[in-house]
Design a protein around this ligand. Structure first.
Ligand code: FAD
Length: 515
């Protein structure tokens, strides 16, 4: 088997016949699934970012954990091969790619697990690491009337892909990120071993993999906490002209007890003008809503802020209960009266809201264009300065897509996981979700992202990149700070030859095998 793989590696660049090689590699690995090479590796060559393109040696569509373990073990017996799990390829900077390596299409395993269970009376669902969150949602709601507690805004992402980062949305202030809402994982490590792990069983692997950027293992199954799904959501947007008022109210809402706040809290910045994408028209939830700029205070600056909240309810709830709860919560907030928008939608429709935006963007041809996105976590202590320089000056005209900003609570994150957070209990997620047509503008925008990050470093802001992408070891060390040693130790334990997730560019493949 090793000889066959080595031959495949060395001969592939020359005038070998890829189809023959693929068939021999398939035979030697004896996979249940399939292996594709050449032109058929298409999906593995690109990602949502559209900024990078690298060619793998082959794309593997495994049938399950055993296939994945065989592939990783085989790679470990070579001197060079790396293995990248590809979720749905929604990374921005090539994180799920493997140049000259083996890319595993996790979507081919999405149907492997879907099992409801109760543990100590609480409901859970076991799903495949390659399952899309949107399928987890629709199946859990339609079959059991239950749903996971913590989401991402967009659900065409895989369970394994978001758990390798964090998985953050407007519920995270209450339940923590998605990584705080799983209790057991099945993982294929970089040694090609299949391990089940949890807080009590192989805890170092369990916490390492959560937020671990794919460095320690490939998640093949995850056990996710469930709760009763509401039927309906009252979805509300209110506008602020002053950043201090916006942050005060957002922080107030995320620090209230359950039952005394909304069920979802997010926010975004928009340009104080009538630009259809970046300005006032980006706020209303429904084409029938009208944004009347006459309400904007005279003293308002170049940008405005929108607090987006939502309240769950059941079909059987009397409308007055929902109205009273809404009035009670909104009554305490200092938004610009007259600039409030609301819509009642089903819970599933609410959670699939970005899917609608995706359909729209696809119709306009901007979904498949490059996305030089930048995601950061910024400490509460530095968010005013960030707003003053980045939003009010550098990005005052908008970015051609949403500029999200909302507070999260560090105490809802488990510090045993691998993710890196800035200091302080309250920090903000800032997401610059740029949609741009292909062309020179892309490079300018990548450069602007770089400028923002460099400015944060120079000013000594408390920040971390979310979905980080660095190229040098020094940058990675700075990113992880005092967690770097633990990260390196976990790598040595679970992927000692640095086979996994080479697209993250943290560790270089060790060019010899340890066997
Ligand atoms: P991929 O991009 O395929 O992979 C990401 C990384 O994880 C790679 O390093 C890959 O090797 C590794 N990986 C993939 N699967 C596995 C696995 N099973 N086991 C181990 N490692 C694995 N994030 C949020 O937190 N909140 C949001 O609201 C949000 N919204 C988004 C909206 C859009 C439109 C997009 C494009 C992205 C959004 N993201 C959001 C970011 C998203 O969570 C990450 O890009 C995530 O990595 C994408 O998941 P994926 O399944 O496509 O993973």
């Amino acid at each position: 088997m090793i000889a066959c793989l080595e031959r495949f590696v060395h001969e592939n660049d020359a005038e070998s016949k890829p189809d023959d090689d693929v068939s021999s590699i398939r035979k030697s690995l004896d996979l249940q699934g399939s292996i594709e090479s050449g032109g058929k590796t298409g999906i593995a060559v690109k990602d949502f970012g559209g900024l990078y393109s690298v060619r793998p040696l082959a794309l593997i569509k495994p049938s399950g954990a055993e296939d994945i373990a065989r592939v990783v073990k085989a790679a470990s017996l070579t001197t060079h091969l790396t293995v990248a799990a590809r979720g749905n390829g929604h990374s921005i900077n090539g994180q799920a790619m493997a140049e000259g390596g083996l890319v595993i299409d996790m979507r081919s395993t999405e149907e492997n697990h879907f099992k409801f269970l109760t543990v100590n009376g609480s409901p859970y669902i076991d799903v495949s690491g390659g399952a899309l969150w949107e399928d987890v949602l629709t199946r859990c709601v339609s079959r059991f009337g239950l749903a996971p507690r913590s989401w991402t805004d967009y659900l065409s992402l895989t369970v394994g892909g978001t758990l390798s980062n964090a998985g953050v949305s407007g519920q995270a202030f209450r339940y923590g990120p998605q990584t705080s809402n799983v209790t057991e994982l099945e993982v294929v490590t970089g040694k090609g071993e299949i391990s089940v792990c949890s807080e009590t069983q192989n805890p170092e692997l369990f916490f390492g993999v959560l937020g671990g950027l794919g460095q320690f293992g490939i998640i093949t199954r995850a056990r996710i906490k469930l709760q009763p799904a509401p039927d309906m959501v009252r979805w509300i947007r209110v506008v602020y002209s002053e950043f201090e008022d916006f942050t005060r109210d957002a922080e107030f809402l995320v620090t209230q007890k359950e039952g005394e706040s909304f069920d979802y809290v997010e926010g975004f910045v928009f340009a104080n003008n009538d630009d259809p994408v970046n300005g006032w028209p980006s706020v209303p939830l429904d084409p029938d809503h009208e944004f009347d700029p006459a309400h904007i205070p005279q003293a308002a600056g170049s940008v405005l802020y929108c607090l987006e909240v939502a309240f769950h309810y059941r079909n059987g709830d009397h409308p007055s209960i929902v109205d009273t709860a809404e009035r009670r919560l909104l009554g305490r907030l200092g938004f610009v009266r007259g600039l409030k928008f609301q819509l009642d939608v089903s819970y599933v429709e609410f959670l699939l809201r970005v899917k609608r935006a995706e359909e729209h963007a696809k119709a306009n041809g901007i979904w498949d264009s490059p996305h030089p996105w930048l995601n950061l976590f910024v400490s509460k202590s530095d968010i005013v300065e960030f707003d003053r320089t980045v939003f009010k000056r550098m990005l005052k005209d908008g970015i051609g897509g949403p500029m999200l900003i909302y507070p999260l609570l560090r105490s809802k994150w488990d510090n045993r996981t691998s993710g890196a957070l800035p200091g302080g209990e309250i920090f903000y997620i800032v997401a610059l979700l740029r949609f741009v047509p292909k062309g020179p503008a892309v490079e300018t925008l990548v450069a602007q992202n770089h400028e923002i990050v460099q400015w944060c470093i120079k000013k000594g802001l408390g920040f971390k990149l979310y979905l980080p992408h660095y190229k040098s070891k020094e940058d990675w060390k700075r990113h992880f700070g005092n967690q770097w040693t633990r990260f390196v130790e976990r790598k040595a334990s679970f992927d000692p030859m640095a086979i996994l997730a080479p697209g993250q560019k943290i560790f270089k493949r060790i060019h010899h095998n340890l066997n």
